[in-house]
Ligand binder design. Sequence first.
Ligand code: HEM
Length: 266
Amino acid sequence: MSDLIEGYLGKTVEGRKSRLPAKLDFIQSVTGGFLALFMWAHMMLVASILVSEEFMYQVTKLLEGSFIFEGGNPLLVSIVAIVIFVIFIVHAALGMRKLPGNFKQYQVIKAHAKSMGHDDTKLWFIQAYTGFAMFFLASIHLYVIMTHPDQIGPYESSARVWEEYMWPLYILLLLAVEFHGTIGLYRLCVKWGWFDGENPKATRKALKKLKWALTVFFLVLGFASLAAYMKIGYENHKNGVDRGSYQPSAQIMNYELKTKSVGGIA
Ligand code: HEM
């Protein structure tokens, strides 16, 4: 059998089925699981604004490696964003394999899902729609962050959210990512049989409850954070406060200490 025929039949020359689809599924699971967990960490970091502007500033500086470089280096943020972007592209490319390729295929899937009336099959549709939306929404966000890593902070982020009209995009992206991420993790558990235990049916029920709880938690946290950025952005814009004018109180204290000691010597 020629290699060309093997490609069409999905079988090797010896008549064995190709292992490539299983390998691709595995890579899709690993990249998806990583991205979902990354998003949990990301949402907690973004939510630092709910504690205080100062705390969000300190978190930003920490992620810029301020413990290694004096004042932090935004290049670190760019590098992380590029790595995430590459993983995101790999995951999206592998996800595309599962989408219907034409209207006929779409009709077949729809009819199949309707006849089964199965909850997890309905979840698959949410995955497909939210995944498709993220192709565009997440790419814009990642590109902006990648190219403006030095413009992250309580005032700068708020100005981007409010003055640069990122908030409508963030509302859609937040909805897409929170549904997609938690459904994805749930499906990973079911697909690979993690936590199956004695009674997989009961586990599946419990996992589904946990999935909903996590979706609600991260949506509430995300929308509360977004509202905080919008409020700061709106007020700064109204009061003519420059986006680059944020002064952390820790820095002001340092400055005061310095001037005092200089004064003392003089
Ligand atoms: C290294 C990669 C990333 C970095 C450094 C990053 C950084 C940030 C920052 C600083 C904000 C606050 C608003 C702003 O400054 O514009 C933000 C908001 C947001 N990001 Fe990311 N992000 C990254 C990746 C992602 C990815 C992969 C997604 C989703 C696929 C995502 C989804 C969101 C959403 C939905 C918001 C708005 C959340 C809210 O305000 O509650 N981010 N991100």
